[in-house]
Ligand binder design. Sequence first.
Ligand code: UDP
Length: 347
Amino acid sequence: MKILILGVNGFIGSTLTDKIMETTDWEVYGMDMDSDKLEKSIDHERFHFVEGDITINKEWIEYHVKKCDVVLPLVAIATPSVYVSDPLRVFELDFEANLEIVRQCVKYKKRVIFPSTSEVYGMSQDDSFNEETSQLVLGPINKQRWIYSCAKQMMDRVIYAYGVKEDFDYTLFRPFNWIGPRLDRVDSQKEGSSRALTLFISNILHHGEIKLVNGGEQRRSFTYIDDGIAALMKIIENKDGCATRRIFNIGNPTNDYSVKDFVSLLLEKFKGYPEYKSIAEATKVTVIDGEAHYGKHYEDAGFRVPSIQNAKDHLNWKPTTSMDDALTKTLDYYLVEKKEEATIQAA
Ligand code: UDP
Protein backbone atom coordinates (compact mmCIF):
# COMPACT_ATOMS: atom_id res chain seq x y z
CA MET A 1 0.00 0.00 0.00
CA LYS A 2 1.16 3.52 -0.82
CA ILE A 3 0.05 6.21 1.60
CA LEU A 4 0.25 9.96 1.12
CA ILE A 5 0.47 11.92 4.36
CA LEU A 6 0.31 15.69 4.16
CA GLY A 7 1.46 17.31 7.39
CA VAL A 8 3.64 14.27 8.04
CA ASN A 9 5.78 16.10 10.61
CA GLY A 10 2.83 16.88 12.87
CA PHE A 11 1.96 15.18 16.15
CA ILE A 12 -0.30 12.62 14.45
CA GLY A 13 1.58 12.38 11.13
CA SER A 14 4.99 11.72 12.65
CA THR A 15 3.77 9.16 15.20
CA LEU A 16 1.74 7.38 12.53
CA THR A 17 4.70 7.29 10.14
CA ASP A 18 6.94 5.72 12.79
CA LYS A 19 4.28 3.08 13.48
CA ILE A 20 3.87 2.30 9.78
CA MET A 21 7.63 1.94 9.30
CA GLU A 22 7.92 -0.30 12.37
CA THR A 23 4.99 -2.63 11.79
CA THR A 24 4.06 -2.83 8.08
CA ASP A 25 5.53 -3.03 4.60
CA TRP A 26 3.63 0.07 3.42
CA GLU A 27 5.27 2.97 1.60
CA VAL A 28 4.72 6.49 2.93
CA TYR A 29 5.04 9.64 0.83
CA GLY A 30 5.03 12.64 3.14
CA MET A 31 5.11 16.39 2.82
CA ASP A 32 5.66 18.95 5.53
CA MET A 33 7.38 22.29 6.03
CA ASP A 34 9.65 20.73 8.63
CA SER A 35 11.04 17.33 9.57
CA ASP A 36 12.19 17.75 13.17
CA LYS A 37 9.77 15.13 14.54
CA LEU A 38 10.70 12.55 11.92
CA GLU A 39 14.18 11.59 13.05
CA LYS A 40 13.21 7.92 13.57
CA SER A 41 11.82 7.43 10.05
CA ILE A 42 13.51 10.02 7.87
CA ASP A 43 16.16 7.63 6.53
CA HIS A 44 13.87 4.64 6.16
CA GLU A 45 13.79 3.23 2.63
CA ARG A 46 9.99 3.09 2.58
CA PHE A 47 9.58 6.70 3.72
CA HIS A 48 9.77 9.37 1.04
CA PHE A 49 9.82 12.85 2.53
CA VAL A 50 9.65 16.13 0.72
CA GLU A 51 9.82 19.54 2.33
CA GLY A 52 6.96 21.68 1.10
CA ASP A 53 3.80 23.66 1.72
CA ILE A 54 0.39 22.28 0.65
CA THR A 55 -0.72 25.74 -0.47
CA ILE A 56 2.28 26.04 -2.81
CA ASN A 57 3.49 22.60 -3.95
CA LYS A 58 0.25 21.65 -5.64
CA GLU A 59 1.73 19.73 -8.58
CA TRP A 60 3.66 17.43 -6.27
CA ILE A 61 0.48 16.77 -4.35
CA GLU A 62 -1.63 16.01 -7.42
CA TYR A 63 1.03 13.66 -8.76
CA HIS A 64 1.15 11.78 -5.45
CA VAL A 65 -2.62 11.64 -5.02
CA LYS A 66 -2.64 9.83 -8.37
CA LYS A 67 0.23 7.57 -7.35
CA CYS A 68 -0.98 6.57 -3.87
CA ASP A 69 -3.82 4.37 -2.63
CA VAL A 70 -4.78 6.31 0.49
CA VAL A 71 -4.48 10.01 1.33
CA LEU A 72 -4.33 11.53 4.82
CA PRO A 73 -4.50 15.33 4.61
CA LEU A 74 -3.42 16.17 8.16
CA VAL A 75 -2.41 19.81 7.64
CA ALA A 76 -4.52 22.07 9.83
CA ILE A 77 -4.39 24.69 12.51
CA ALA A 78 -5.82 22.96 15.58
CA THR A 79 -5.01 25.40 18.38
CA PRO A 80 -7.86 27.31 20.08
CA SER A 81 -5.83 30.51 20.61
CA VAL A 82 -5.38 30.79 16.81
CA TYR A 83 -9.12 30.24 16.14
CA VAL A 84 -9.61 33.48 18.04
CA SER A 85 -6.53 35.45 16.94
CA ASP A 86 -6.51 34.50 13.23
CA PRO A 87 -9.80 32.87 12.22
CA LEU A 88 -9.37 33.57 8.50
CA ARG A 89 -6.11 31.64 8.43
CA VAL A 90 -7.94 28.73 10.02
CA PHE A 91 -10.59 28.88 7.29
CA GLU A 92 -8.06 29.23 4.48
CA LEU A 93 -5.90 26.34 5.60
CA ASP A 94 -8.28 23.95 7.32
CA PHE A 95 -11.08 24.37 4.80
CA GLU A 96 -10.00 25.94 1.51
CA ALA A 97 -6.59 24.29 1.11
CA ASN A 98 -7.91 20.90 2.18
CA LEU A 99 -10.95 21.10 -0.07
CA GLU A 100 -8.66 21.15 -3.12
CA ILE A 101 -6.98 17.97 -1.92
CA VAL A 102 -10.25 16.22 -1.15
CA ARG A 103 -11.52 17.11 -4.64
CA GLN A 104 -8.41 15.53 -6.15
CA CYS A 105 -9.10 12.36 -4.18
CA VAL A 106 -12.63 12.37 -5.61
CA LYS A 107 -11.30 13.00 -9.12
CA TYR A 108 -8.75 10.17 -8.98
CA LYS A 109 -11.02 7.88 -6.91
CA LYS A 110 -8.58 7.61 -4.02
CA ARG A 111 -9.53 6.79 -0.47
CA VAL A 112 -9.27 9.73 1.91
CA ILE A 113 -8.89 9.49 5.67
CA PHE A 114 -9.76 12.93 6.91
CA PRO A 115 -9.25 14.43 10.38
CA SER A 116 -12.54 15.79 11.59
CA THR A 117 -12.54 16.88 15.23
CA SER A 118 -14.29 16.46 18.56
CA GLU A 119 -14.83 20.24 18.28
CA VAL A 120 -17.61 19.67 15.74
CA TYR A 121 -19.89 18.71 18.65
CA GLY A 122 -19.25 22.16 20.14
CA MET A 123 -21.53 22.76 23.11
CA SER A 124 -23.70 19.70 22.48
CA GLN A 125 -25.47 18.71 25.68
CA ASP A 126 -25.26 14.94 25.16
CA ASP A 127 -23.58 12.98 27.95
CA SER A 128 -21.54 11.23 25.31
CA PHE A 129 -21.23 12.45 21.75
CA ASN A 130 -22.50 10.14 19.05
CA GLU A 131 -21.34 10.35 15.43
CA GLU A 132 -24.81 9.70 14.00
CA THR A 133 -27.23 11.28 16.44
CA SER A 134 -25.63 14.15 18.39
CA GLN A 135 -26.56 17.73 17.59
CA LEU A 136 -23.62 19.93 16.59
CA VAL A 137 -24.01 23.08 18.68
CA LEU A 138 -21.99 26.24 17.97
CA GLY A 139 -22.24 29.74 19.40
CA PRO A 140 -23.04 32.97 17.56
CA ILE A 141 -20.83 34.32 14.76
CA ASN A 142 -19.18 36.84 17.09
CA LYS A 143 -17.72 33.87 19.00
CA GLN A 144 -14.99 33.28 16.43
CA ARG A 145 -13.65 30.30 18.36
CA TRP A 146 -16.13 28.14 16.49
CA ILE A 147 -14.68 28.85 13.03
CA TYR A 148 -12.50 25.76 13.33
CA SER A 149 -15.42 23.56 14.32
CA CYS A 150 -17.54 25.05 11.55
CA ALA A 151 -14.83 24.66 8.88
CA LYS A 152 -14.28 21.03 9.88
CA GLN A 153 -18.02 20.37 9.99
CA MET A 154 -18.41 21.79 6.50
CA MET A 155 -15.61 19.57 5.26
CA ASP A 156 -17.28 16.56 6.90
CA ARG A 157 -20.50 17.45 5.09
CA VAL A 158 -18.76 17.89 1.73
CA ILE A 159 -16.94 14.56 2.07
CA TYR A 160 -20.13 12.84 3.19
CA ALA A 161 -22.00 14.29 0.19
CA TYR A 162 -19.33 12.99 -2.21
CA GLY A 163 -19.79 9.60 -0.55
CA VAL A 164 -23.53 9.64 -1.15
CA LYS A 165 -23.32 11.05 -4.67
CA GLU A 166 -20.24 9.33 -6.06
CA ASP A 167 -19.54 6.39 -3.74
CA PHE A 168 -16.43 8.28 -2.65
CA ASP A 169 -14.38 6.10 -0.29
CA TYR A 170 -13.63 8.02 2.90
CA THR A 171 -13.27 7.74 6.66
CA LEU A 172 -13.68 10.69 9.01
CA PHE A 173 -11.98 10.39 12.38
CA ARG A 174 -12.54 12.70 15.34
CA PRO A 175 -9.68 12.92 17.83
CA PHE A 176 -10.71 13.77 21.39
CA ASN A 177 -7.85 15.74 22.99
CA TRP A 178 -5.03 13.42 21.95
CA ILE A 179 -1.94 13.88 24.11
CA GLY A 180 1.55 12.44 24.17
CA PRO A 181 5.16 12.95 23.12
CA ARG A 182 5.64 15.45 20.26
CA LEU A 183 2.27 17.17 20.81
CA ASP A 184 3.85 20.65 20.71
CA ARG A 185 7.21 22.05 21.62
CA VAL A 186 7.47 23.15 25.22
CA ASP A 187 10.04 25.89 24.79
CA SER A 188 8.73 29.32 25.54
CA GLN A 189 8.74 30.68 21.98
CA LYS A 190 6.21 28.17 20.74
CA GLU A 191 3.69 28.23 23.52
CA GLY A 192 1.25 30.53 21.75
CA SER A 193 0.51 27.64 19.42
CA SER A 194 0.20 24.95 22.08
CA ARG A 195 -2.63 22.76 23.24
CA ALA A 196 -3.46 22.62 26.96
CA LEU A 197 -1.09 19.87 28.14
CA THR A 198 2.01 21.20 26.43
CA LEU A 199 1.11 24.74 27.41
CA PHE A 200 0.85 23.63 31.05
CA ILE A 201 4.21 21.84 30.86
CA SER A 202 5.73 24.94 29.35
CA ASN A 203 4.10 27.11 32.04
CA ILE A 204 5.60 24.97 34.80
CA LEU A 205 9.04 25.03 33.16
CA HIS A 206 9.21 28.72 32.30
CA HIS A 207 6.63 30.76 34.18
CA GLY A 208 5.78 29.16 37.50
CA GLU A 209 2.10 29.75 36.91
CA ILE A 210 -0.78 27.83 35.34
CA LYS A 211 -3.93 29.75 34.54
CA LEU A 212 -7.22 27.87 34.76
CA VAL A 213 -9.53 29.39 32.20
CA ASN A 214 -12.91 30.11 33.81
CA GLY A 215 -11.90 28.11 36.88
CA GLY A 216 -11.03 24.89 35.03
CA GLU A 217 -14.36 23.13 35.68
CA GLN A 218 -14.67 22.32 31.96
CA ARG A 219 -13.97 18.70 31.15
CA ARG A 220 -12.07 16.88 28.41
CA SER A 221 -11.52 13.20 27.61
CA PHE A 222 -7.77 12.96 27.16
CA THR A 223 -6.59 10.24 24.80
CA TYR A 224 -3.09 8.84 24.58
CA ILE A 225 -1.56 9.15 21.12
CA ASP A 226 -0.69 5.42 20.80
CA ASP A 227 -4.36 4.53 21.27
CA GLY A 228 -5.31 7.03 18.58
CA ILE A 229 -2.65 5.67 16.23
CA ALA A 230 -3.88 2.10 16.82
CA ALA A 231 -7.31 3.21 15.61
CA LEU A 232 -5.80 4.95 12.59
CA MET A 233 -3.87 1.81 11.64
CA LYS A 234 -7.14 -0.14 11.59
CA ILE A 235 -8.77 2.60 9.54
CA ILE A 236 -5.92 2.53 7.01
CA GLU A 237 -6.03 -1.29 6.85
CA ASN A 238 -9.78 -1.06 6.27
CA LYS A 239 -10.29 -4.80 6.57
CA ASP A 240 -13.38 -5.86 4.57
CA GLY A 241 -14.23 -2.17 4.10
CA CYS A 242 -15.00 -1.80 7.83
CA ALA A 243 -14.02 1.89 7.87
CA THR A 244 -15.37 2.96 4.49
CA ARG A 245 -17.87 5.83 4.59
CA ARG A 246 -17.92 5.89 8.37
CA ILE A 247 -17.22 8.47 11.05
CA PHE A 248 -15.32 7.45 14.18
CA ASN A 249 -14.88 9.25 17.47
CA ILE A 250 -11.38 8.33 18.62
CA GLY A 251 -11.24 9.16 22.29
CA ASN A 252 -10.96 7.73 25.77
CA PRO A 253 -14.19 8.19 27.76
CA THR A 254 -12.61 6.84 30.94
CA ASN A 255 -10.03 9.67 30.92
CA ASP A 256 -12.73 12.32 31.37
CA TYR A 257 -11.15 14.95 33.65
CA SER A 258 -11.86 18.56 34.53
CA VAL A 259 -9.00 20.82 33.46
CA LYS A 260 -8.50 21.65 37.13
CA ASP A 261 -8.07 18.00 38.15
CA PHE A 262 -5.91 17.40 35.10
CA VAL A 263 -3.57 20.19 36.23
CA SER A 264 -3.40 18.77 39.78
CA LEU A 265 -2.49 15.36 38.42
CA LEU A 266 0.12 16.87 36.11
CA LEU A 267 1.75 18.77 38.98
CA GLU A 268 1.80 15.62 41.13
CA LYS A 269 3.45 13.71 38.28
CA PHE A 270 6.03 16.46 37.81
CA LYS A 271 7.02 16.15 41.45
CA GLY A 272 8.05 12.55 40.75
CA TYR A 273 10.98 13.83 38.66
CA PRO A 274 13.58 14.93 41.28
CA GLU A 275 15.03 17.66 39.07
CA TYR A 276 11.65 19.27 38.54
CA LYS A 277 10.15 18.71 41.98
CA SER A 278 10.91 22.17 43.28
CA ILE A 279 9.60 24.07 40.25
CA ALA A 280 6.40 21.98 40.34
CA GLU A 281 5.97 22.75 44.04
CA ALA A 282 6.51 26.44 43.40
CA THR A 283 4.01 26.59 40.50
CA LYS A 284 0.98 28.71 41.28
CA VAL A 285 -2.42 27.72 39.92
CA THR A 286 -4.56 30.78 39.30
CA VAL A 287 -7.90 31.47 37.64
CA ILE A 288 -8.44 33.65 34.58
CA ASP A 289 -11.53 34.72 32.68
CA GLY A 290 -11.78 33.03 29.25
CA GLU A 291 -12.17 36.27 27.33
CA ALA A 292 -9.30 37.86 29.24
CA HIS A 293 -7.09 34.90 28.35
CA TYR A 294 -8.03 34.27 24.71
CA GLY A 295 -9.80 37.50 23.70
CA LYS A 296 -13.46 38.44 23.49
CA HIS A 297 -14.26 36.01 20.69
CA TYR A 298 -13.66 32.96 22.88
CA GLU A 299 -16.30 30.55 24.06
CA ASP A 300 -15.73 27.07 25.45
CA ALA A 301 -17.20 23.60 25.42
CA GLY A 302 -18.10 22.60 29.00
CA PHE A 303 -17.64 18.87 28.54
CA ARG A 304 -16.67 16.46 25.79
CA VAL A 305 -17.03 12.71 26.18
CA PRO A 306 -17.00 10.43 23.14
CA SER A 307 -19.20 7.48 22.46
CA ILE A 308 -16.75 4.96 21.03
CA GLN A 309 -19.30 2.29 20.21
CA ASN A 310 -18.85 2.84 16.48
CA ALA A 311 -15.10 2.25 16.72
CA LYS A 312 -15.63 -0.79 18.94
CA ASP A 313 -18.19 -2.32 16.59
CA HIS A 314 -16.53 -1.64 13.25
CA LEU A 315 -12.82 -1.37 14.03
CA ASN A 316 -12.68 -3.69 17.01
CA TRP A 317 -10.78 -0.89 18.75
CA LYS A 318 -10.79 0.53 22.22
CA PRO A 319 -8.30 2.73 24.09
CA THR A 320 -6.18 1.05 26.76
CA THR A 321 -3.94 3.81 28.18
CA SER A 322 -4.91 5.29 31.54
CA MET A 323 -4.45 8.96 32.29
CA ASP A 324 -1.69 8.09 34.71
CA ASP A 325 0.29 6.17 32.08
CA ALA A 326 -0.40 8.79 29.42
CA LEU A 327 1.05 11.54 31.60
CA THR A 328 4.02 9.43 32.67
CA LYS A 329 4.93 8.59 29.08
CA THR A 330 4.50 12.20 27.99
CA LEU A 331 6.59 13.59 30.84
CA ASP A 332 9.26 10.94 30.31
CA TYR A 333 9.53 12.28 26.78
CA TYR A 334 9.63 15.97 27.62
CA LEU A 335 11.62 15.81 30.88
CA VAL A 336 13.92 12.84 30.27
CA GLU A 337 14.27 12.17 26.53
CA LYS A 338 14.15 15.87 25.57
CA LYS A 339 15.73 16.83 28.87
CA GLU A 340 18.21 19.21 27.32
CA GLU A 341 15.47 21.33 25.82
CA ALA A 342 13.46 21.42 29.05
CA THR A 343 16.36 22.13 31.40
CA ILE A 344 18.06 24.73 29.22
CA GLN A 345 14.78 26.57 28.94
CA ALA A 346 14.04 26.17 32.64
CA ALA A 347 17.36 27.68 33.65
N1 UDP B 1 -7.09 25.91 29.23
C1 UDP B 1 -6.82 26.48 30.46
N2 UDP B 1 -5.66 27.21 30.62
C2 UDP B 1 -4.75 27.38 29.61
C3 UDP B 1 -5.03 26.76 28.36
C4 UDP B 1 -6.18 26.02 28.20
O1 UDP B 1 -7.62 26.37 31.41
O2 UDP B 1 -3.72 28.03 29.83
C5 UDP B 1 -8.34 25.16 29.03
C6 UDP B 1 -9.14 25.62 27.81
O3 UDP B 1 -9.96 26.74 28.15
C7 UDP B 1 -9.95 24.39 27.47
C8 UDP B 1 -9.05 23.23 27.92
O4 UDP B 1 -8.04 23.80 28.74
O5 UDP B 1 -11.15 24.35 28.21
C9 UDP B 1 -8.41 22.47 26.78
O6 UDP B 1 -7.72 23.35 25.95
P1 UDP B 1 -7.00 22.93 24.57
O7 UDP B 1 -6.14 24.09 24.16
O8 UDP B 1 -6.30 21.62 24.71
O9 UDP B 1 -8.14 22.79 23.47
P2 UDP B 1 -9.67 22.35 23.39
O10 UDP B 1 -9.85 21.08 24.15
O11 UDP B 1 -10.50 23.48 23.98
O12 UDP B 1 -9.88 22.19 21.93
